[in-house]
Design a protein around this ligand. Structure first.
Ligand SMILES: C[S@@+](CC[C@H](N)C(=O)[O-])C[C@H]1O[C@@H](n2cnc3c(N)ncnc32)[C@H](O)[C@@H]1O
Length: 710
């Protein structure tokens, strides 16, 4: 624990105890000391002491929203998410204008992956599992059931409806999901009948000595789009070797994996540099920028991507039997490496490979299977293995590939994009998306060029300091280009290839403005990025805007953007709605919707540009974004073009005015490729609007936006 912080904490607490008339005046400083002191306690994992500090804080200030937000944040940091959620809810309830509380609540809820909602709304998936479970219990007398990864408890509920079931053990590794399953089981009266036991553990930690009997049926759905990503082989091998009776069965029974080659410029846009203008201006030599590979494959709903096309034949390449230890072991260890060939069916660019699977639920019922192929509209998306370059294929060209599941992760090997003389430099996908948005860059450059007089310093905090770099290359910056430290390695390489002195860069931590304040530097040009990766407003940049203004040399200097306006349209989209909340009738009957929907969120980011929906209004302007941390509110009444369908979301995008002089508002979402995504606020209930105009309520506070509709 930091002694100085302890001293500051003790002294402010003492001061306020002795003179409580100073409470209001000292509130900000008290909160600051509380936060710093608790952060130091957090380092030594001293949660009990943190709680004691907050008890004192609440004694002084009551259930103040800002204090509750800090308290909730500590609960979340210590993985006490269920309590954190209650605290954030209380903070928002106590002060509905405090949208930071709303943001914390939304963030916390989205710790439960959103696919849980789509999955529970997938009636075909649910039905297949229900039928297979029913068959093995009722027809084959399997009565001791282990549900691995019970989630909200659905498969256990299916088992519980079977007359011949004796005991169900549900195991779930995630504590929040476990808390939901507890409520679902209790509301379905299962726990009181002693029929079910719920264990908050990973199934691989279970030992059979803790149970009276071995299980004779394992039911489990732990498949990601690349089949093995959630550790299914490891989990099932452990279950089969340790927990399951030798006559026991696993549902699902088998998986068959399919592969095709695809073409999609849209999917390349965050992985490959496609912008020819960049290559004209900035010399890369034998370097090529490619998207960082944090995951072995990406997950995409390819049927939501208009330009996605399959351009080879499709092959079934792997089959794994979950009821065979041998089959699972051979795949897990990567012993099975299947060589296969795909043939191109057009003269086109190959951009990568798409994988999907068929899941066969029951060996006795071959017709009971789930397909995750693109047109099947299942809750699963497809696994995308991207190439590092677009490779031009000739029709009938043969591609040699190998597929395996090394260390439990699906892998496709090939030499299609190998170039020995090319050096690949991995960058964050947002940088590539930004550099590929030629229209935005053109407008940004045009705006920055408005500053005609001599430039000493530039601060460029765009996703990549492209404009700043161009200005350096054109020797227009006499002093330095200040930019984020995350670009240091790449900028040093680019500097050496483009004859720019490394000394011209100053790298900073962009979230810490004290580095700039301490240097007492001023800028003639500042470029900010007020949006985050997924399309939403970056609240921190928004709140700090006025501080950035103070770093300008004089009033003729440019701070870009000058203005941002929020636009939207009311829509009807079942897809969006079912991605954010449980809507299935069956889930309502099983009372799963009630507890899952406590975690449904309003904000849906990064929407596919070609998502289908019904428009209920035209695009309308909602409000200009205020660059401060104050509370703002406005009502807007758009004309309803369609009153026959319920409204379930407002689809949103921004327009940006780069400088004061360019009074054109440039839309961030365009028909051609754009770096920024649409996003939506999905309403908790479908709203039928019978009037000619809807009522939209817009709120902004701390750079956070909240929208409601009547
Ligand atoms: C895809 S969900 C399925 C939920 C539910 N069974 C259903 O079908 O609706 C998988 C769940 O399994 C959990 N999980 C994955 N592997 C697990 C394991 N080995 N042991 C316990 N839980 C696991 C995850 O946390 C997640 O909640």
């Amino acid at each position: 624990m930091d002694d100085k912080l302890l001293e500051s904490w003790n002294s402010i607490v003492e001061e306020l105890k002795q003179d409580n008339t100073r409470l209001e005046a000292c509130k900000d400083i008290f909160l600051f000391v509380l936060k710093c002191f608790c952060a130091s306690l957090e380092k030594s994992q001293n949660f009990d002491e943190i709680l004691k500090c907050f008890e004192i804080a609440i004694e002084f200030y009551g259930q103040n929203s800002d204090i509750l937000i800090e308290l909730g944040t500590f609960f979340a940091k210590f993985n006490r998410d269920v309590e954190a959620k209650e605290i954030f809810m209380q903070a928002f309830e106590n002060d509905k204008r405090n949208l930071r509380a709303y943001q914390c609540l939304e963030n916390l809820k989205s710790k439960i992956p959103r696919w849980h909602f789509r999955m529970l709304n997938d009636d075909a998936r649910n039905d297949s599992f229900r039928k297979a479970i029913n068959y093995w219990i009722e027809n084959e007398g399997k009565s001791q059931v282990l549900d691995i990864g019970t989630g909200s408890g659905l498969l256990s509920l299916y088992a519980s409806k079977c007359g011949k079931v004796e005991k169900i053990t549900a195991v779930e590794s995630d504590s929040t999901m476990c808390s939901i399953a507890t409520k679902v089981f209790s509301d379905n009266d299962l726990q009181s009948k002693n029929k079910i036991e719920l264990i908050n553990k990973n199934s691989t930690e279970l030992e059979i000595k803790d149970f009276q009997k071995k299980f004779d049926l394992v039911v489990s759905e732990i498949l990601d789009c690349g089949v093995f990503g959630e550790g299914i082989l490891d989990t099932f091998l452990h279950a089969k070797e340790n927990l399951l009776h030798k006559e026991g069965k696993i549902v699902p029974h088998k998986v068959r994996i399919y592969v095709s080659g695809y073409n999609s410029k849209y999917l390349c846009s965050n992985n490959i540099l496609l912008n020819d203008t960049f290559n004209e201006y900035i010399f890369l030599d034998n370097y090529r920028l490619i998207g960082e590979k944090n995951e072995p494959y990406d997950a995409e709903y390819v049927d939501k991507i208009k330009d996605f096309r399959i351009i080879t034949n499709t092959l079934m390449v792997l089959e794994v039997n979950f009821n065979s230890i041998k089959s699972m072991n051979q795949h897990f260890d990567g012993i099975i490496m299947k060589n296969f060939q795909l043939t191109s069916n057009s003269n086109d660019f190959l951009d990568g490979f798409v994988v999907w699977f068929d899941l066969l639920l029951n060996e006795k019922d071959p017709l009971n299977y789930i397909s995750t192929k693109p047109s099947a509209e299942s809750c699963w998306n497809q696994a995308i293995f991207k190439l590092r370059e677009r490779v031009l294929l000739q029709r009938y060209q043969i591609l040699k590939l190998t597929i395996s599941c090394r260390n439990g992760i699906l892998k496709i090997d090939h030499e299609i994009d190998e170039h020995l003389d090319t050096k690949y430099f991995e960058v964050n996908s947002l940088i590539l998306k930004f550099l590929n948005d030629e229209e935005y860059l053109e407008n940004l450059e045009y705006a920055a060029n408005e500053y005609k007089t001599e430039i000493t310093n530039v601060l460029d905090l765009s996703p990549f300091p492209y404009i700043g770099f161009l200005f350096l290359k054109e020797s227009r910056i006499k002093g330095h280009l200040w930019c984020s430290r995350i670009h240091e390695n790449l900028l040093k390489i680019l500097a050496s290839k483009n004859c720019i002195d490394e000394e011209k860069f100053v790298f900073i931590d962009e979230s810490d403005l004290t580095e700039i304040s301490d240097a007492a530097v001023t800028f003639e040009l500042i470029i900010l990025n007020p949006f985050n990766e997924l399309g939403d407003l970056n609240s921190e940049v928004c709140c700090n805007y006025q501080i950035y203004q103070k770093f300008l040399t004089n009033e003729n200097c440019l701070l870009i953007p000058y203005k941002i306006s929020l636009f939207g349209k009311l829509i009807n989209s079942d897809w969006l709605s079912s991605s954010c909340k449980v809507t299935s009738e069956e889930m309502k009957r099983l009372k799963i919707d009630k507890y899952m929907n406590e975690y449904s969120t309003q904000i849906f980011l990064d929407i596919y540009p070609d998502l289908n929906y019904e428009c209920l209004t035209d695009d309308f302007k909602i409000n200009a974004i205020a660059f401060d941390d104050q509370y703002h509110e406005k009502n807007v009444q758009p004309f309803m073009r369609n009153i026959n369908l319920p409204c379930n979301a407002i689809l949103l995008f921004f327009k940006i005015q780069f400088t004061m002089r360019t009074n054109r508002e440039f839309p961030l979402i365009r028909k051609t490729f754009s770096c920024f995504s649409k996003f939506a606020h999905v309403f908790s209930k479908d709203i039928l609007i019978n009037n000619t105009h809807a009522k939209i309520n817009f709120k902004q506070n701390y750079g956070v936006i909240k929208l409601d509709c009547e």
